[in-house]
Every structure is written in structure tokens, then in C-alpha cells.
Design a binder for this molecule. Structure first.
Ligand code: DHB
Length: 387
């Protein structure tokens, strides 16, 4: 039997950042993760950080390599109807975004955790959460055939959309809001020079495409595809041809990795039940357009770390009581933004012609109205934090 103050399920950006912020505040935690270290450090995910996310990581002392290797972007490009339009993010908001892969963030956070000497266990199985409605919740799991039990004051469910934590909130308490999109993204990582210094979001009659990057020599490219797309139907040639058509031009190179990302909008409320707190994808999923997933996880954890720190300092539960409400007010605005970006840029097969013309008019309006550009930009660079 082990004991800690905060039992953290999941070593993604949410769980690891929470562990680190708690460590800085002198709060003890144990982090458990179902996957191996190699898996979580190698998994290619999104890679766009809002300025506030970068600042949060920097304040936590987690941004040394990010500052050296991250690519700072002052704008982005929208392409449709054969034309390109730049959105001057920095000119419109005074803020910028940074390209830095999620798995690089995870590597930096794992290294920081190991440095503290506090526990981080990989490849745990059969994780279960117990007694969250009491002041003595527990987490149990099996590791290398041995049953483990962790007694905590608080459990943080940072175990993603498919994790077990959300299931510990009774069904009669949990409200779920969900939308599944009739398309997905096929993403590749390629040994190829990015076509542009900035990101290009393209709306084409064949479907959406996005050109982003990880470095001066590595491109990350996405294509709208069918929801259950069979990767074997996409030869390298077919992928490059489709990218060429939708983006106008691409630099080809060796494809290092391919994957299909399903698209959904999802929110589970409330994000707290008793001594269980959900953060990141365990509580909400956004479609990838605009890259808000990791940024929302970081925003949740800022609020949670502060609330838990106050609690363990004997300042009571007021911030814990407000956790769900505080996070959800940001989450719903970001849900709105992500579904709006998705609707504006994708091809909907069952679109009626009227909807299609409205979609083009929306893009035309966004790029020609300073007010509309500003609205896009201020959400893209990241809404301000509540506190
Ligand atoms: C990236 C992914 C996104 O979904 C996005 O909107 C911007 C960038 C990326 O992987 O770099």
C-alpha cells in the first residue's frame, strides 16, 4: 500500500504538468501511465502552443528546449477559391503562437518529473478508481503482475478520452455533450522542407488540407479523409497528389509516419465529483482544426494546480468547488471556436448548395473584415485566462 496527496492517472501533458506544478508547490503526487515511456514520447500529435501555454510552461521551468527549438509564428494563411489570405495574428492581437510537437512537450515533462525523484510508473494495467465521493479515494492497478493500491487525498483523472477516470463519476451525475464529424484527418510527418514559414489552412472542393511543420526540414501535413479511412488505400503518391491539389504546392520527401485522426467534439460535465477531478481529454475533446486540445489541457491544469495547492495549504475547498465551472467557461468557448473552424474549412458531403455558398461567404467575410479576422486571431492565439 502506498500513500500520496494527489494520485494522477495519465502521463500526458495534463498529468505531467499537474505533477510538476504540484511539486513546485510542495505537494506530493504519484503518476501512473498505461503506456510505455517510449510510446508516449514517440506518439505524433498536434504541435501548436498558444502564447499562454508557452508562458505557463516557462513559469513552471519547463520551456528551456521549447524556447530554443520552438518555431514562433506571427500569422497564418487561409487558402480557398485559389487565393491565399494572410491573417496577421501578431498585428491583430499582439500575441503569437509556437510550433513545438506535443511529444517534445511530453519528453521535457517526463525528464522534469524524473529529475524531481517523485514517482512516475509506466505500463500499469487494470487501473481502477475507488471511493471518490469520500475523503479517502484510492487508485488500484497491476504492475508486472503485482496488485498495487494507492491511498490519496485527491485523484486527478488525466487519462484521456478512453481512460477509466470519467467512468468513476456516477452516470446520473454526468452530462455528456457530443458531436461526431463525418470526416477525419489523414496526417503525415515527412522529411521535407515546409512550403511556407507559416501554417496554411486550405479549403478545397476535394476537402480540407493543412500544411504545418515540426522544423525547417520536417513537414507535418493533414488531409481531410473518410472517418474510418483505410490507410492502405493511401499510397505515398496518392497522398502527395491530394496535398498538391488542395494546397497548390508541396515539397515532397520521405514519409516518416502516417495516421488517421477521428474528429469529435465532446464535453463531460461536471469535471469534478467529490475528490475526483478530470483534466484534459478525459473531460473534453475538440476537433483538431485550430489545435486546441493540448492548450485546453494546459489551461485546465493551471486552474486545478492552483485549487489543489490552496487546499493542501489549508485554505479550504473554495477553488476546488469552482474548478469545473471555471474550466468549462473556457472549454465551451474553445469548443465553439474549434467547431466553427472545422465547419468553415471542411467539405461536408451532404452539404446542400445553399450551405456551400454560405461557407464560402463566411471565409470571404473573415478575410476581408478586420473585426472577423480579429475574432479569429484572438481565439487562435488563445483566450486570456480567468486568473
Ligand atoms: C497542427 C495541428 C493542427 O490541428 C492545427 O490546427 C495546427 C497545427 C500541427 O500538428 O502542427
Amino acid at each position: 500500500m502506498m500513500r500520496t496527496q494527489v494520485g494522477i492517472i495519465g502521463a500526458g501533458p495534463a498529468g505531467l504538468l499537474l505533477a510538476h506544478l504540484l511539486h513546485l508547490a510542495g505537494v506530493d503526487s504519484v503518476v501512473i501511465e498505461a503506456r510505455s515511456r517510449g510510446y508516449i514520447e514517440g506518439r505524433v500529435r498536434a504541435g501548436l502552443l498558444e502564447q499562454g501555454s508557452v508562458d505557463t510552461l516557462a513559469e513552471a521551468g519547463l520551456a528551456a528546449r521549447l524556447r530554443r527549438e520552438g518555431l514562433s509564428h506571427d500569422g497564418l494563411e487561409l487558402r480557398f477559391d485559389g487565393m491565399s489570405h494572410r491573417i496577421d495574428l501578431h498585428g491583430l492581437t499582439g500575441r503569437r503562437v509556437t510550433i513545438y510537437g506535443q511529444q517534445e512537450v511530453v519528453k521535457d515533462m517526463v525528464a522534469a518529473r524524473l529529475e524531481t525523484g517523485r514517482p512516475l510508473y509506466f505500463e500499469v494495467e487494470d487501473t481502477a478508481v475507488h471511493d471518490v465521493a469520500t475523503a479517502h479515494p484510492r487508485i488500484t492497478w497491476t504492475q508486472e503482475g503485482t496488485r498495487q493500491e494507492l491511498h490519496c487525498d485527491v485523484v486527478a483523472g488525466c487519462d484521456g478520452f478512453h481512460g477509466v477516470s470519467r467512468g468513476a463519476i456516477p452516470a446520473e451525475v454526468l452530462r455528456v455533450y457530443e458531436r461526431i464529424y463525418p470526416f477525419a484527418w489523414l496526417g503525415i510527418l515527412a522529411q521535407a522542407r515546409p512550403i511556407s514559414h507559416e501554417l496554411i489552412y486550405a479549403r478545397h472542393s476535394d476537402g480540407f488540407a493543412l500544411a504545418t511543420m515540426r522544423s525547417q526540414t520536417i513537414s507535418r501535413l493533414y488531409l481531410q479523409c473518410a472517418p474510418e479511412e483505410d490507410l492502405s488505400a493511401w499510397s505515398d503518391t496518392r497522398i502527395w497528389d491530394a496535398l498538391q491539389t488542395r494546397l497548390g504546392a508541396v515539397n515532397e520527401g520521405q514519409i516518416l509516419q502516417k495516421g488517421v485522426t477521428g474528429m469529435r467534439s465532446f464535453v463531460a460535465e461536471p469535471m469534478r465529483h467529490g475528490r475526483l477531478f478530470l483534466a484534459g481529454d478525459a473531460a473534453h475533446i475538440v476537433p483538431p482544426t485550430g489545435a486546441k486540445g493540448m492548450n485546453l489541457a494546459i489551461a485546465d491544469v493551471r486552474v486545478l494546480a492552483r485549487a489543489l495547492t490552496a487546499f493542501f495549504r489549508g485554505e479550504g475547498e473554495a477553488l476546488m468547488d469552482r474548478y469545473s465551472e471555471t474550466c468549462l467557461s473556457r472549454i465551451w468557448k474553445v469548443q465553439r471556436f474549434s467547431s466553427w473552424m472545422t465547419a468553415m474549412l471542411h467539405r461536408f458531403d451532404d452539404n446542400d448548395p445553399f450551405e456551400h455558398r454560405v461557407q464560402l461567404a463566411e471565409l470571404d467575410y473573415v478575410v476581408h473584415s478586420q473585426a472577423a479576422r480579429t475574432a479569429l486571431a484572438e481565439q487562435y492565439v488563445g483566450l486570456p485566462y480567468e486568473s
